[in-house]
Design a protein. Structure first.
Length: 236
């Protein structure tokens, strides 16, 4: 099943249950947007990190692509079936990730049926609480070998801009906290050859967490890789 077909089916299947409540995803879809930024709220940890990051990513998509982009961030509980209709989901934090049964069910259903989740470890620490607990959740849901390193020639590195050396480094990777390493890889979970979970220990959320109006002071726009992630999520 393609991602586009999954999203169409998902919208149709759950529309009757919640359109009357005017859920964010329903409003975004009804408005004709190609993309809306969905942040997943989960019970166990600090999901509400990097507050300015979504607006920065949204601005980059508007600046560089022809996508019809919803200008608002949408926060949806992972346990809520509304998340199943999102074209892209973001999950991040510093603390424990321990899904309750409804969260686990929705996460697995979403990924196995064509959804895309970008997960970012705000600790940038492969031995930290977020990393260890999230990786344990993925092993329990998808199997111990499902989460694997992505090669630097993976299509996500050329889906819009080209990153021939793989994932761009962040300024947070060598700042004296976390594991104080530059991670030259990302990890992912693929379903039938399609990347459904993109997992980073590089703390992109903090790297992109600044007022979008300050981007003009950067020598190089560091949100370009965010564009690649979204374009891949919408087209793979």
């Amino acid at each position: 099943m393609t991602r586009a077909r999954f999203l169409r089916l998902g919208l149709g299947a759950i529309a009757g249950a919640w359109l009357g409540a005017r859920a964010p995803a329903a409003r975004a879809s009804a408005a004709g947007y190609d993309f809306w930024f969905t942040r997943l709220k989960y019970d166990s940890g600090d999901w509400d990190v990097d507050e300015r990051m979504p607006s920065n990513v949204i601005t980059a998509l508007i600046d560089y692509t022809g996508l019809r982009v919803d200008p608002e961030e949408h926060v949806v509980e992972l346990a809520d079936p509304k998340m199943l209709s999102a074209p892209f989901c973001y999950l991040a934090g510093h603390k424990l990730v321990e899904f309750n049964p409804a969260e686990r069910r929705n996460f697995e259903r979403y990924v196995r049926n064509g959804g895309f989740v970008f997960v970012d470890d705000c600790n940038h620490d492969i031995d930290g609480l977020f990393a260890k607990s999230f990786e344990a959740q993925m092993a329990a849901i998808f199997g111990p070998r499902a989460l694997a390193r992505l090669p630097n020639d993976h299509p996500i590195y050329s889906s819009f801009f080209r990153f021939p050396d793989g994932p761009p480094a962040t300024s947070y990777e060598l700042n004296g906290w976390g594991d104080d390493l530059v991670h030259d890889y990302l990890k992912g979970i693929s379903i039938d050859g399609r990347l459904g979970v993109l997992y980073s220990n590089k703390d992109y959320g903090c790297e992109w967490d600044y007022d979008w109006r300050n981007k003009r002071f950067l020598a190089e726009d560091n949100t370009k890789f965010a564009v690649n992630i979204v374009v891949y999520a919408l087209t793979a």
